[in-house]
Write a protein that binds this ligand. Sequence first.
Ligand SMILES: C[S@@+](CC[C@H](N)C(=O)[O-])C[C@H]1O[C@@H](n2cnc3c(N)ncnc32)[C@H](O)[C@@H]1O
Length: 318
Amino acid sequence: MPEETYPDVPPEAWSGVHRGPLREGEWVRLTDSKGRRHNFCLEAGKRFFSNRGHLEHDDLIGREEGFTIPSSAGGQYLVFRPLLAEFVVSMPRGAAVVYPKDSAQIVALADIFPGARVVEAGVGSGALTCSLLRAVGPHGRVLSWERREEFADVARRNVTQFFDGDHPAWDLRAGDLAEALPASGERADRVILDMLAPWECVDAVADALVPGGILVGYVATTTQLSRFVETLRAHGGFTEPQAWESLVRDWHVEGLAVRPGHSMIGHTAFLVTARRMAPGERPPTKKRRPAPGAYGVDYTGPRPDDLPPQTTEEPYAE
Ligand SMILES: C[S@@+](CC[C@H](N)C(=O)[O-])C[C@H]1O[C@@H](n2cnc3c(N)ncnc32)[C@H](O)[C@@H]1O
């Protein structure tokens, strides 16, 4: 997208961040003393109700965020505008969302940069879309495909709410990426796949990605992980796929009681990254033989075409 298209876009329109006193029409996030959270849109003359009574929207409008306010029944509420990471886990969902810990990894490891042309599918509820849009800025482009219209509608509402209007870099389209991307003729610097069967999109993505471009897949199960990685290897036009997951653990810090939190999110999804080779180029052949039995008789998925033949019949090592 040419730079001059949006020379005067105010930062609020592409960052989703507002400064200054709280205004009518903005979303706020109230947190009570037990950590319970409530998000709502400020409207003059309205009341917010909770199990600790009520408070007037008018008492919030016009104040700088970051204050505590009492409710009519003696509750205390902390008032801030919601951050992106807070918004996406509390917004309405059509499909499961990419959690903030993973969005952060995707933005960093897919090397999403201001001005990037990013393709993503599926859009689901639009959580990852918000992070991608913020990272590409007003002069980039996020082309998002979703094959279920009802999810696209949820995503549109969520993303529009977060950015308080249309983001200048967003192009949301209905369709199945495997067919729609080739038909569109679009080129991409980065492609992010968050869907049940990302392996079905590998050919389409390979044609759209520029040489050196990055593909990231986000999959929930080990069977999906295996099939996606092996499909990328078998394609031959990508570097060796890297697979990983991230685990985040809270810590309790109080005087001498400094210890890991009792609960953590054990699993969200696995991430896979690979870079697109130039047309006609292949990555170097692997020097190391596959683990014994890795592609043995029980393995039925795609096979790299440079496999040494004897590995196919070997049993798993004891
Ligand atoms: C887990 S959700 C995506 C969540 C989203 N990334 C978020 O953070 O909110 C997966 C979505 O992919 C969509 N989907 C699956 N396969 C697709 C395809 N081939 N093309 C487009 N959308 C697809 C599904 O309809 C579903 O909405």
